[in-house]
Ligand binder design. Structure first.
Ligand code: PXG
Length: 437
């Protein structure tokens, strides 16, 4: 950029206070490894993997080369009624990472599309198997499932729903969230208290009768709401209740999938196997937009078992299994495997945990929580101005050379899986300095 100030007016930025941003922009122009660089070359340590997505860090040469090569070879192929070999190959590779018996995948372009796709598969599946009364969906307070109408309906973030309250999909209920600050503050890993919150599912089912419920969807660890780690035993209890009543359980693993918790998926980290897994972000290490819904074989087979050769599921996207996304996905997955990044996440998790918890006692800190390479520090809000302290911290971090994520008065950390101890120390020192300023 030259001296002339570029106008920022035309771009309506997503999930951003546009007026505040445009007065005081935070711009990044280049990235490599663990770092972003501002247009004037200032280094910013990326402790949130872009937006929870760049698991292999930035500018990984193998992924860059794969995308470049695919662009030259064939940058688009129609996915309806046509296919390209690499899409089938990557589907098979990915299925090997999922829990046993989940050998089928539907490709989308984002987490939001993955969620709405999974909800539609759930509803269609119940009809296909002769249970058409099962139409209700159950999400959870403080859940984030993207911004489609399905996703905001099962989601539990009040701001995301407020402007659309009359336009939600019908027949949705919500479990209570699991953030028990008074009982679980400063938990390391899974909190001790709150397994009984899963029993609320039984209450909801009694109200509607289980025979009317299609699916329950939760994030194994709620990300956007500020890293809410499930209480010990909570997810297992949800699984048991869903099994008892023949209801599908969907894990939204858009953030937790692909190594963030030190395992392929949260399903394996927590040893609770859902019926479907939604994913995006780490699928391609955030390089090319792509999402995927994995499902148990019974679900796929139900659709395929009918006579005839008609379209089984009236759903799909122009860019499902886009060749560039497939190439990026294949390369990212190879990098994860060859560099042992999921194991690396597991190995770094204790160091990350100790570093994060060393913030206890810093000004206004009221909670610290973590699992794998996800963590959060929560601050007491400034009276009458919820979110103001979080926003101030994020700006100060940017000025001090640190990228983290804010949600309300919680600062979230979700670094690339390539990070080293030195990055953790640098992040913590910068953060501490910001808090004490
Ligand atoms: N489900 C989950 C669990 C997510 O975290 C989505 C669905 C939607 O994905 P797309 O690709 O449609 O954005 C997400 C996305 C934040 C933040 O501030 C989190 C997400 C996206 C943007 C910001 O924490 N997660």
């Amino acid at each position: 950029m030259g001296d002339e100030k570029q106008s920022l007016e035309s771009f309506w930025m997503p999930f951003t206070g546009n007026r505040a941003f445009k007065k005081n922009p935070r711009l990044v122009a280049r990235s490599k490894g663990m770092f972003y660089y501002t247009p004037d070359g200032r280094e910013i340590l990326d402790m949130v993997a872009g937006l929870w997505c760049c698991a292999a860090g930035h500018g990984h040469p193998r992924i860059v080369e794969a995308i470049q090569a695919q662009a030259a070879e064939m940058y688009y192929a129609p996915p309806f009624g046509w296919g390209h070999p690499a899409a089938f190959e990557i589907a098979e590779t990915l299925a090997k990472l999922t829990p046993e018996g989940m050998n089928h995948v539907f490709f989308t372009n984002s987490g939001s599309e993955s969620v709405d796709t999974a909800l539609k598969i759930a509803l269609a599946y119940q009809k296909e198997r002769g249970q058409p009364s099962r139409t209700r969906l159950i999400g959870r307070e403080r859940g984030y499932h993207g911004v489609g109408f399905g996703g905001i309906s099962v989601g539990g973030i009040p701001y995301n729903r407020k402007q659309f309250s009359n336009s939600m999909i019908p027949g949705v209920d919500h479990l209570p969230h699991t953030h028990l600050l008074d009982r679980n503050a400063y938990s390391r890993g899974l909190p001790e208290h709150g397994v009984e919150l899963a029993d609320e599912l039984e209450r909801i089912l009694i109200l509607h009768d289980p025979s009317n419920v299609a699916a329950v969807i939760v994030e194994p660890i709620a990300g956007s709401a500020g890293v809410l780690v499930p209480p010990k035993g909570y997810l297992k209890r949800l699984r048991e209740i869903c099994d008892k009543h023949d209801i599908l359980l969907i894990f939204d693993e858009v953030i937790t999938g692909f190594g963030r918790l030190g395992a392929n998926f949260a399903a394996q980290a927590f040893d609770v196997i859902p019926d479907m897994i939604t994913s995006a972000k780490g699928l391609t290490s955030g390089t090319v937009p792509m999402g995927a819904v994995f499902m148990r074989d019974e679900i796929y087979n139900e659709f395929m078992s009918k006579p005839g050769a008609a379209i089984e599921f009236f759903h799909g996207y122009t860019y499902s299994a886009h060749p560039l996304a497939v190439a990026a996905c294949k390369a990212a997955q190879q990098v994860y495997a060859d560099e042992g990044l999921f194991q690396r996440a597991a190995d770094m998790a204790p160091v990350f945990e100790d570093a994060l918890h060393s913030m206890k006692g810093e000004p206004n800190v009221i909670d610290i929580r973590n699992y794998g390479l996800m963590g959060a520090v929560e601050f007491a809000p400034i009276e009458g101005q919820p979110g103001a302290r979080g926003a101030a911290h994020i700006q100060a971090c940017f000025e001090a050379g640190l990228m983290v994520r804010v949600t309300g008065d919680t600062i979230a950390f979700s670094p690339p899986l390539i990070l080293e101890e030195s990055h953790i120390q640098q992040a913590v020192e910068t953060f501490r300095t910001v808090l004490r300023a």
